[in-house]
Design a binder for this molecule. Structure first.
Ligand code: C2E
Ligand code: CA
Ligand code: CA
Length: 812
């Protein structure tokens, strides 16, 4: 029975997966079960007799010895422990060891029973676990998102290294605290509020954003996502993911600012997709298109907001440009909700994705109604006369250009009428400028009503108007219009309750040349108008061949006159003026002559107006003055008793208006040494009346020099008493026309009488011009006229020829 029992136990031990060993108090193995073979690979006989401790891994040895000692000492069963034991191959395998002591009959510890269990599987599993834990840890640690684990008391237990670049501070700053001290004070409450429920609800999560202070003292926007895993044994905490969203926040902020600007601007801002569907319209655009402040905009058709001309522009210019250059800017018009077409300055931009596909088009439209109005006002101003609102010179020239081209195409003709009011200056000066302006406005109105709607009336300058008539056939058409124009301005005008009569002289240009040039046509009409003035005013003349020839002559004369001074072709002739009381020559009038190479001696009538028009009269006039003064000095040196001789020199309007006139006269006087009172300057009445203020000023300055002043051609220029009194004049020269009719024409006689009387009443002396008969001379003498000149006394002649007359005793 004993043997059987022993056999059974042996089997039991041998079949057991655990191995059993007996170890004596010296640590030597006295017996070993066979199971050790599959645990470590040893045969039991290999081990029996060897020290159990020789199998233990050196690092585990101390543990093993301590455990064994306590087991022997206390004799109580110990918790199993895992030791690494050597295999025959030299490797170590983990083995769970449990030690129990065996005592002898007296209770002395005799040996120890050691059970060995193969736990290599368990170690492998633990290693796998460890590895996976390490892997997760590594994942967490290397994650770009930072992870914090906080406990139920809101204290941070773990912070992944990523926190250092996400939050910008070392993990050590955070672990152990709640971290809120690094949260922006303004964000703390919000943070707590939005995460509060996460803390109390296992399994829940929440998300918020707050600013965190980094180690450099800057605030970073952090996205904080918390998940309550307190109930999860593996974590036992609240896991928080932290992400740096500063850039996104800034981008959002910038974006919002831009949107705010778009919303606030008065410009229309819109974004549409490539199909033209709007995806964004700012507040102004919504208002403009009559859409609600908010409301949806999809389905709104932008294409319907542009007129056909703009749609055409889209396909012909805008779209190709957008494809090519990605942007377009220019002027458009767009329809407002109420249908009004508003001009805008548009700026279109293509937005492409990374593959360079066109995805969106944005547009900014700036309302330019104001500018357009301003521009058209400016354009109107630039092309119209501000007083009458009529087209001005430049617009007329444009229209004339167009009209001529049209006339040529349709084989029709145009007429250009140059109209100059007669004596407007006098009316203007006596009524005052304001009423003069009113009169001009009325005249403009009358001209407009006298003409057809297609005709153009332009104001050319002070009292000059030009009329352009189209679709004319014959000269008589043009003449009829000229008659109508003259008649229209000839009736009385009621200005400020006063009736004013005015007239006009008109020159007509009616070219048969289809290629006529606008400038030339106006000049021709102007020349014809001058002839109308010459021929008695209040009438029209047409520019014809005769005028054309004289226009050509003019050009020749102008060119020759420019060289006449240098070529010494000019002469100064003198005509004596007799003092009717003494009967002797008291003065001479200097009269210009031109010894023309081809045409012989020319009278001023043939060239003086050219000299005027070109301004050549200024140097020529000074030359005449100089010559005249020198001649008087020469006579005085050779002829006795000439100390009182006065020389009269004619001044043209151009000279009177010249700023250097007074200095030049003074210079000639001092150069020639002639006393100022020996010089008389003759200025025609019409020149004086042309610009009364300027005349008064110049006469005043000349008078201050000490020279005498005569009003030439008196009686033809409509001056009034009040002007004469204002001008410092000394002499009135009765125009030849009146002297001519003296004694034969009653009205001429009356005028001459009146002028002489007027002169004396003003303390001036009267000189009669153009005396050709003794009857005239006698009549003048009896009227008390002071002086006389004329062919009866002497024709103008050279200084040498006059010398003889000057040395004669008084005979008249
Ligand atoms: P004016 O100042 O009225 O000069 C008088 C004109 O009458 C002169 O013509 C003279 O020759 C002419 N005359 C004199 N007595 C008689 C007469 O009995 N019968 C007729 N039928 N004519 C007479 P002239 O020399 O041809 O000069 C014409 C005009 O040219 C002058 O008219 C004057 O306005 C202008 N003129 C002449 N010389 C100058 C000058 O040096 N400077 C300027 N600015 N104008 C000048
Ligand atoms: Ca004169
Ligand atoms: Ca005269």
């Amino acid at each position: 029975a004993l043997a059987m029992s022993e056999e059974r136990f042996r089997n039991l031990v041998d079949k057991s997966r655990d191995a059993l060993a007996l170890v004596d108090t010296a640590g030597n193995i006295s017996w070993m079960s066979t199971a050790i073979t599959h645990i470590l690979g040893w045969e039991p006989e290999d081990l029996v007799g060897t020290s159990a401790f020789s199998l233990v891994h050196p690092e585990d040895l101390v543990d093993g010895l301590v455990r064994a000692a306590t087991a022997f000492e206390l004799g109580t069963p110990q918790d199993p422990m895992t030791l690494r034991l050597a295999k025959p191959t030299g490797e170590f395998a983990p083995v769970e060891i449990a030690v129990a002591s065996l005592r002898d009959s007296v209770g002395q510890v005799e040996s120890a029973v050691v059970s060995l269990r193969d736990v290599s599987w368990r170690v492998h599993a633990e290693e796998a676990l460890l590895r996976s834990e390490r892997r997760f840890r590594a994942l967490v640690q290397h994650s770009i998102d930072a992870v914090l684990v906080i406990d139920a008391a809101a204290s941070i237990q773990y912070a992944s290294p990523a926190i250092e670049h996400v939050w910008g501070r070392p993990t050590a700053d955070l672990v152990g605290s709640s971290g809120t001290e690094y949260i922006h004070p303004n964000d703390r409450e919000g943070l707590m509020a939005s995460l509060a429920h996460v803390f109390v609800t296992p399994g829940s999560s929440g998300r918020t954003e707050a600013r965190g202070l980094d180690a450099d003292g800057r605030w970073r926007w952090l996205e904080i996502e918390a998940t309550n895993l307190l109930a999860d044994d593996a974590v036992n905490g609240i896991v928080i993911h932290v992400r740096d969203v500063t850039e996104r926040r800034e981008a959002e902020r910038d974006n919002k600012r831009l949107i705010d600007i778009f919303e606030a601007t008065n410009d229309l801002v819109g974004i549409s997709d490539r199909q033209g569907e709007p995806v964004y319209l700012n507040a102004s655009a919504r208002r403009f298109f009559g859409l609600g402040e908010r409301g949806p905009i999809e389905g709104f058709n932008l294409g319907e907001c542009f007129p056909p001309s703009v749609l055409e522009l889209f396909s012909s210019e805008i779209r190709p440009r957008l494809e090519r250059e990605g942007m377009w800017s220019g002027e458009l018009s767009v329809a407002r909700f109420d249908g009004e077409l508003v001009p805008v300055l548009g700026q279109l931009l293509v937005h492409r994705d990374s593959e360079h596909n066109r995805v969106l088009i944005s547009g900014v439209l700036h309302d330019i109604r104001k500018r357009k109005e301003f521009e058209s006002a400016l354009a109107h101003q630039a092309t119209h006369d501000p007083l009458t609102g009529l087209p001005n010179r430049s617009l007329l020239l444009d229209r004339l250009d167009v009209a001529l081209a049209r006339a040529k195409r349709h084989r029709l003709r145009v007429a250009v009428l140059f109209l100059d009011l007669d004596h407007f200056k006098v009316v203007n000066d006596s009524l005052g400028h304001d009423l003069g302006d009113r009169l001009l406005e009325m005249i403009a109105q009358r001209l407009l009503t006298a003409l057809r709607p297609g005709d153009t009336v332009a104001r050319f300058g002070g009292d000059e108007f030009v009329v352009l008539c189209q679709d004319m056939h014959t000269r008589s058409d043009a003449f009829a219009i000229a008659d109508r124009v003259i008649a229209s301005v000839s009736g009385p005008f009621v200005v400020d309750e006063a009736e004013v009569f005015i007239g006009a002289s008109v020159g007509v240009a009616f070219p048969d040349d289809p290629d006529a040039d606008p400038g030339t046509l106006i000049r021709d009409a102007d020349a014809a108008m001058y002839r109308a003035k010459e021929r008695g005013r209040g009438r029209w003349e047409i520019f014809d061949n005769e005028l054309r020839v004289s226009a050509v002559d003019r050009l020749d004369i102008e060119n020759a006159l420019r060289r006449a001074l240098d070529r010494r072709e000019l002469r100064v002739y003198f005509q004596p003026i007799v003092d009717l009381e003494r009967g002797g020559i008291g003065a001479v009038e200097a009269l210009l002559r031109w010894e023309h190479g081809e045409r012989g001696l020319l009278l001023p009538g043939e060239f003086i107006n050219v000299a005027e028009a070109t301004g050549l009269i200024v140097p020529i006039g000074m030359w005449v003055l100089d010559q005249a003064c020198r001649q008087v000095q020469r006579w005085q040196a050779s002829i006795p008793d000439l100390s009182g001789l006065v020389v009269s020199v004619n001044l043209s309007g151009r000279q009177l208006g010249h700023p250097r006139l007074v200095e030049d006269v003074r210079a000639v006087l001092s150069d020639t040494g002639l006393a100022p009172e020996r010089l008389e300057l003759e200025i025609t009445e019409s020149v004086l009346m042309d610009d009364v203020a300027m005349s008064a000023e110049m006469l005043g300055r000349l008078n201050a020099l000490g020279v005498r002043i005569a009003v030439d051609d008196f009686g033809t220029g409509y001056s009034s008493m009040s002007y004469l009194r204002r001008f410092p004049v000394d002499v009135l020269k009765v125009d030849r026309e009146f002297v001519n009719g003296l004694g034969t024409d009653a009205s001429d006689s009356a005028i001459v009488t009146a002028i002489i009387t007027l002169a004396h009443a003003l303390g001036l002396s009267a000189v009669a011009e153009g005396v050709e008969t003794t009857a005239q001379l006698d009549e003048l003498r009896s009227l008390g006229c002071d002086k006389a000149q004329g062919f009866l006394i002497a024709r103008p002649a050279s200084g040498d020829d006059i010398s003889e007359l000057l040395s004669m005793p008084p005979v008249w």
